[in-house]
Design a protein. Structure first.
Length: 373
């Protein structure tokens, strides 16, 4: 491997900072979730390379001839429903290149039930196991799922996005002193279409509905959309072009409320990570059910509370000691001032250097130079 290798980044979204996007283009370019940009950009920032390429097609011969390594920032790919990894495994094998996989997660309703992996996923795991020193996974649950298939060269390092800042220290702003009711300015996110285990669905619905209401009631607060098309349309701009193309009845029915002018300035969507981080620096706190919604808040140095709803969010929260609450444990009506005041935001900061060094070692063990300080 050269001192500064040429790296092919698989499936990294490329969006120009000032590029105009309607909802359809935004979802197409981000794989249906703007949070994908964050972890994929994070890995690119962290590796020190000579030249890079990117794409989702991965022509094995072309990539093998032009690059020294493949880097894949994975997500919750290990699930019963993901049947597309067999083809990717074949392409990686045919390229004859080493392959780094970071951030791989197993998706299940909770951490007590392992997903049954399709043959293509098992083949993918075996190929990347052979082509790397170790596979970087999001938590202990994912490591157990992989070990059940006889693969043990795994390192539990979390997700690259947790190390966006490139250094081994972390700070956060201080919450404002308690004042009048609903005094905190909050960035709120939700995952209203995510299906979770049946026993928790009612709790999720109650909590997320109130989170939307908190956005509308709190001055200086806003909702950050990542996947839901109506919310993304409202966030892109209050233009008739965006809004007329989408049926907002779905959102009105979910909130049990008719769209009003108050909605218009309360939704944001980002396709530039620096802009997203800057926006979350402007609020007092971040809360919601989206993992990367909170990780962007943490990168901004803003106190961030994750509401866990499945195995993916739970295992990352536990690994990094992130402030979190299981959705089923939350009573409504919510008292978010009380929740933030009683939450320990400092343990995660204290443990961060240890996780940072472990992640850096994972990258160097895989013989890839880094920009991590």
């Amino acid at each position: 491997m050269p001192e500064k290798p040429n790296i092919y980044f698989y499936n990294k979204p490329i969006i120009q900072k000032n590029e105009f996007l309607d909802v359809k283009k935004l979802m197409l370019k981000t794989g249906g979730n703007t949070g994908n940009m964050f972890f994929m950009r994070s890995l690119e920032r962290q590796l020190d390379f000579n030249q890079s390429g990117n794409g989702s097609l991965l022509n094995p011969k072309q990539v093998g001839d032009q690059f020294d390594s493949i880097a894949i920032c994975a997500a919750n790919w290990l699930s019963s429903s993901n049947k597309n990894l067999g083809d990717l495994a074949r392409k990686i094998e045919d390229s004859k290149l080493p392959c780094l996989v970071a951030g791989l997660g197993a998706q299940s309703l909770d951490t007590t039930s392992r997903p049954k992996l399709p043959e293509g996923s098992i083949r993918f795991l075996k190929v990347v196991s052979e082509r790397s020193h170790s596979i970087g996974v999001r938590g202990e649950f994912t490591a157990e799922v992989i070990a059940a298939h006889g693969i043990h060269n795994v390192q539990v390092v979390g997700c690259p996005s947790y190390f966006w800042t490139l250094n081994n220290t972390r700070t956060r702003k201080t919450l404002p002193a308690p004042g009048n009711s609903a005094h905190l300015r909050l960035a709120i996110h939700a995952n209203r279409k995510r299906v979770i285990k049946r026993a928790d669905m009612d709790a999720k619905l109650r909590v997320e509905r109130q989170l939307y209401d908190e956005v509308l009631q709190r001055p200086g607060s806003f909702f950050v959309a990542q996947t839901e098309r109506p919310e993304c349309a409202l966030g892109l701009a209050p233009s008739t072009e965006n809004l007329e193309k989408l049926e907002l009845t779905e959102l009105e029915e979910y909130l049990d409320a008719k769209r009003s002018p108050a909605w218009q300035d309360k939704f944001r969507v980002f396709h530039d990570i620096e802009d997203w981080i800057a926006a979350l620096r402007s609020v007092d706190g971040v809360i919601g059910t989206r993992l990367h919604g909170c990780l962007v808040g943490i990168a901004a140095g803003t106190p961030s509370m994750l509401i866990t709803i499945d195995s993916r969010t739970e295992e990352m929260a536990k690994l990094f000691s992130l402030p979190h609450l299981p959705v089923a444990s939350m009573e409504t009506p919510l008292n978010l001032e009380k929740t933030f005041a009683e939450t320990d935001f400092d343990t995660a900061i204290e443990k961060y250097p240890l996780h940072f060094e472990k992640y850096r070692s994972f990258l160097t063990d895989n013989k890839l130079p880094t920009r991590l300080n």
